[in-house]
Design a protein around this ligand. Structure first.
Ligand code: ADP
Ligand code: MG
Length: 356
């Protein structure tokens, strides 16, 4: 925040809330929540000074990630709620930290909002969602920024995580012969997005109750995804994953990223891909193919990882009710990603989300 007395600053002072009051409220909230965190905090100085101070811990490394969410590009106000948006802003960054095999510890959240939004309850509800998720994983809010934007909301979410020295799991460690696994199920977030876009009319002829039940299962996959924090930390700490990425663009695209970074290829078996069951319920045979949504739909925020065959016996089947499913194998055919069905094999072209 720049000082109000700065003559070049044309920021409006809302009659209902000043920035100062706003930051102070966030600061008190963050403090209250810090006192509840079970692990020892390395936060020496939090919100309220020019910058936060964290204590370095011997033998640990810091993992940092940033995510930008732009209104009309990454979300629309008419298809989500402020609370879900605050939740999701943090969730996408927690997913990146998980994908590094790290534990999330600290967050910075910056937000630019138009004046008319600032004067509503938007920011309060936004932070309700943010703190709800932060609390469930013991993440401390240590700073951020707030400013006015001309038309659209802009959100910048930064999360810092921690790993033991040398334990960060990159995209580059997969070796031929490793097995490929994915947590949870796929396709749900993409189907949820289509429901939002088509006003919940994915398959008009489906009995209403069935359709409503499926929609209830799918909308949260798009609007409030659960980042796979426990899985990520376990796969890193137990040295189980040789490579890992979160499925944000879509399995086909993210698997291609992982294979390129590791200079390997992969074959996945179509029948093993864990499709979200509600997607199968919802997709008419002619309307949309559930497998296509599972392969190419983005934003599931599941973890895609590789594991050496000799470590398989140490891999739990599920963690906190979230399974990890074997979907295929890593090959030495660098850059070639194939999908198999029975005896047939064909290239799996990356067809996931791209911003440009
Ligand atoms: P500066 O002009 O140095 O950016 P600010 O008044 O913006 O100062 O910030 C003061 C303190 O409040 C800093 O600790 C900053 O991290 C924190 N802060 C500002 N905005 C937010 C926000 N949206 N969320 C969390 N902390 C914030
Ligand atoms: Mg500032």
């Amino acid at each position: 925040m720049r000082d109000e007395e700065d003559g070049t600053n044309s920021r409006p002072t809302s009659p209902s809330r000043s920035e100062f009051e706003f930051i102070d409220r966030i600061r008190r909230r963050a403090l209250r929540h810090s006192s509840l965190i079970p692990h020892p905090s390395s936060l020496l100085l939090g919100i309220g000074d020019d910058a936060a101070v964290l204590r370095q811990r011997a033998g640990r490394e810091t993992v940092i990630t940033a995510d930008l969410l732009i209104e009309e590009i990454d979300f629309r106000l008419d298809t989500t709620t402020p609370r879900l948006l605050g939740y999701k802003a943090l969730a996408v960054s927690l997913s990146d930290i998980a994908a590094m095999g790290a534990r999330p510890r600290h967050a910075l959240l910056s937000i630019g909002v138009p004046g008319e939004i600032w004067r509503t309850n938007f920011v309060d509800e936004f932070y309700d969602g943010f703190f709800a998720l932060a609390e469930s994983y013991g993440v401390e809010l240590v700073g951020g920024d707030v400013s006015r934007s001309p038309e659209r909301i802009v959100i910048d979410s930064v999360v810092l995580g921690e790993v033991e020295r040398g334990r960060a799991v990159t995209r580059a460690g997969a070796r031929p012969g490793d097995h490929l696994f994915v947590t949870g199920t796929l396709g749900g977030a993409a189907a949820g997005l289509r429901l939002l876009e088509r006003k919940q009319n994915l398959r008009g002829r489906l009995p209403r109750t069935l359709r409503d039940a499926a929609a209830r299962a799918l909308l949260p996959r798009q609007l409030g995804p659960e980042p796979r924090v426990p899985w990520g930390a376990l796969l890193g700490e137990e040295r189980l994953a040789t490579a890992m990425i979160d499925v944000s663009d879509g399995l086909s695209s993210d698997l291609a990223h992982l294979c390129r970074a590791s200079r390997v290829g992969a074959v996945i078996e179509a029948r093993r891909v864990p499709i979200n069951p509600a997607v199968i319920t919802l997709c008419g045979r002619r309307a949309l193919d559930p497998l296509q949504l599972a392969l190419h739909g983005g934003e599931d925020f599941e973890l895609l990882f590789t594991i050496s065959p000799r470590d398989l016996r140490r891999l739990p089947r599920a963690l906190g009710g979230v399974p990890a499913t074997y979907i295929g194998d890593v090959t030495d055919d660098a850059g070639r990603v194939l999908i198999s069905e029975g005896s047939r094999r064909w290239p799996l072209a990356p067809a996931g989300f791209a911003h440009f």
